[in-house]
Structure formats: structure tokens, C-alpha cells
Design a protein. Structure first.
Length: 324
């Protein structure tokens, strides 16, 4: 009949084989003496004999190497130690591990070997990294948005002799333009928004038949640049409807851009509207477009109050479009 000792040995062998934890025995000198069958599976070890006797710390990279050294020192002193760090499998595939290291105590009460149990937490670690990236991106976008909102309110209220209700309505319209831009950003990837989609969304309230033409290649804007562009488009569109080319029949607006040789060129050109005269005082819209838009996109923006219709020209390096 099988002895209890044999049963216990078979039970232990089955547990070690079934477990996805990498269970190892390490000598006090830090060399690898044993690795469980399940551990060899998750570590992608084909032949344990080829790595038996290797220094355990050599498997660890970066901060994990220092933690592994500290873990061995703690175990030799009779203490447990836990850390997380990166280590490649025997096949060279990167993994991230949660590691518990403990002393194996002999009959005399002193450590005679070291037990290491490593659990693969690669997916969990990757999820935490994605969360940190998304949280950082959200924080960055909120700061950009609040800065833009603050600028809108301050500029709209400053030096205005208009009735308060009219000022409030103008602020509300501008904030709605920002909200539209945010909708585009949310639908896009976290890396930014497509310029054509942004133009279509922000100018959709002003489109009437073929009076507004949009033409340009695919261009991706960072969240910061997209917010500035959305507000500029809103100002231009609103002005065109109230006073410019879209305020009367026969008026037309051409929106176009190009992106070649590392240079981005954007143009808004009105025609067929009432004769244009340069204003005596620059309002919020023209100040915002020339200063903020040019600054946010790392280039220069200029409004030309040509008699036949307002023209906005924006020139910026392509690389600046993706800067956050």
C-alpha cells in the first residue's frame, strides 16, 4: 500500500504542476536550485537544467535587479520581502511579476535556503499604466479647457459697453463651440482630433447649401490645438453670418489647408459679401485668432480685412500640431 509520505509527495507534485505561480528554491548563495513545473511553463523554460545554478538576480532588470538583491539579503537574515518588477521569460518575452521571497528555515532555526514565489501580473500592470496615461491626459485636457474658458470670459467681459444679456449670450455661444470641439475629441483617439471633422462640426450651424466649401488633407490636431482652432472657427463663422459673406445672398466662404514639407497652411477666405472695412478697435475674435491660435499652433495667424472679404492665413510647422 502507498504510504502517507508517497501520497503527500504526489499531492505536492500535482499542486506545483497546476499552479501558474513560478515557485523556486534559491540557495543562500543566490543560485537557482529548483523551479516548479508550473513555473517552468509560465517562464517558458524548455530545459531547467540549462539554467540550474544561475544567479537568480540576473533574471531581473532595472529597479527589479536591486529589489532582487534586497530580497535575498532579507531572506538570509530570516525576513520576508515582496516586490514587483520586470523580468523576461526564458524565451525572451517581457513579463511583469509580483514576487514574494521568504527564508526556508532549517532545524536549527536558521535559513538554509530561500523560497521565491513569482506571479505574472503583466496584464494588470499594463492596465495600471493605461489608467495612469489616461488620467494624465484627462488632467492635461481639463487644464487646457479651463484656461481657454477663463480667457473667453475675461476677454468677453473686458471693456464691453453692451448689455449684460448680450455679453452672456456671446460667452454662451463661445462655450458651446468649445463643447462641440470636446465632442470631436471624445470621439477621436486620445492623441487628438481630425481637422476636417472639427471644421464640419463647428461650422455646421452656418452651412447653407454650397455657400461654404471645405477642402484639405487629413490632419490630426492635439487637444490643445483643436480647442484653439474650434474657437477660431466659431468666431469666423459667427462673424460671417452677422456681418460678412454669409450675411447676404451670393456670399461664399472657402476653408482650405495644406500640409507639405513640414509646413501647415490654413486659409479662411470670404467673398461675395458686403464691402469690408478694417475695424477701429480689434475685438475678442480677431485678438484671439491672431494671438492665441498662432501661439497654440506654434506659428503665425493674420487676419486681412480685404475689401472683398475677410481672409485668415495661418502658417505653422507640422510638428507643432501634435504638441500638447
Amino acid at each position: 500500500m502507498p504510504t502517507q509520505l508517497n501520497k503527500d509527495a504526489r499531492f505536492l507534485s500535482a499542486v506545483l504542476s497546476a499552479s501558474d505561480d513560478c515557485i523556486k528554491v534559491i540557495g543562500l548563495d543566490g543560485t537557482l536550485e529548483f523551479m516548479s513545473e508550473g513555473g517552468q511553463r509560465v517562464m517558458e523554460v524548455q530545459d531547467f537544467e540549462k539554467i540550474r545554478g544561475c544567479p537568480w538576480v540576473q533574471f531581473w532588470q532595472g529597479d527589479g535587479h536591486a529589489d532582487a538583491e534586497a530580497a535575498l539579503a532579507a531572506a538570509r537574515a530570516g525576513r520576508s520581502y515582496r516586490f514587483q518588477g520586470p523580468a523576461d521569460t526564458a524565451a525572451g518575452n517581457p513579463r511583469y511579476w509580483d514576487v514574494q521571497v521568504s527564508p526556508i528555515v532549517g532545524p536549527d532555526g536558521k535559513p538554509e535556503a530561500i523560497l521565491s514565489v513569482s506571479r505574472d501580473i503583466t496584464q494588470m500592470h499594463a492596465g495600471e499604466e493605461r489608467y495612469r496615461l489616461l488620467a494624465g491626459e484627462l488632467n492635461h485636457r481639463i487644464k487646457n479647457l479651463l484656461a481657454m474658458v477663463s480667457g473667453i470670459v475675461n476677454q468677453s467681459m473686458r471693456g464691453s459697453n453692451e448689455p449684460l444679456d448680450m455679453v452672456k449670450r456671446r460667452v454662451s455661444d463661445r462655450l458651446q463651440a468649445l463643447a462641440a470641439a470636446q465632442d470631436v475629441l471624445m470621439m477621436a483617439s486620445r492623441h487628438g482630433a481630425d481637422l476636417r471633422q472639427l471644421v464640419e462640426v463647428v461650422l455646421s450651424p452656418h452651412r447653407s447649401g454650397e455657400r461654404l466649401a471645405v477642402d484639405g488633407p487629413s490632419v490630426t490636431l492635439s487637444s490643445k490645438c483643436a480647442l484653439a482652432m474650434a474657437l477660431a472657427l466659431h468666431e469666423l463663422g459667427t462673424n460671417a453670418v452677422k456681418y460678412g459673406a454669409l450675411s447676404q445672398d451670393g456670399g461664399h466662404v472657402d476653408v482650405s489647408w495644406s500640409n507639405q514639407g513640414g509646413e501647415f497652411h490654413f486659409r479662411w477666405q470670404e467673398s461675395g459679401g458686403p464691402p469690408v472695412t478694417a475695424p477701429q478697435r480689434r475685438g475678442f475674435g480677431s485678438q484671439m485668432i491672431e494671438k492665441v491660435l498662432g501661439s497654440y499652433l506654434g506659428g503665425t495667424a493674420k487676419i486681412d480685412f480685404a475689401p472683398d472679404g475677410i481672409i485668415l492665413s495661418l502658417d505653422a510647422p507640422t510638428a507643432a500640431l501634435s504638441e500638447s
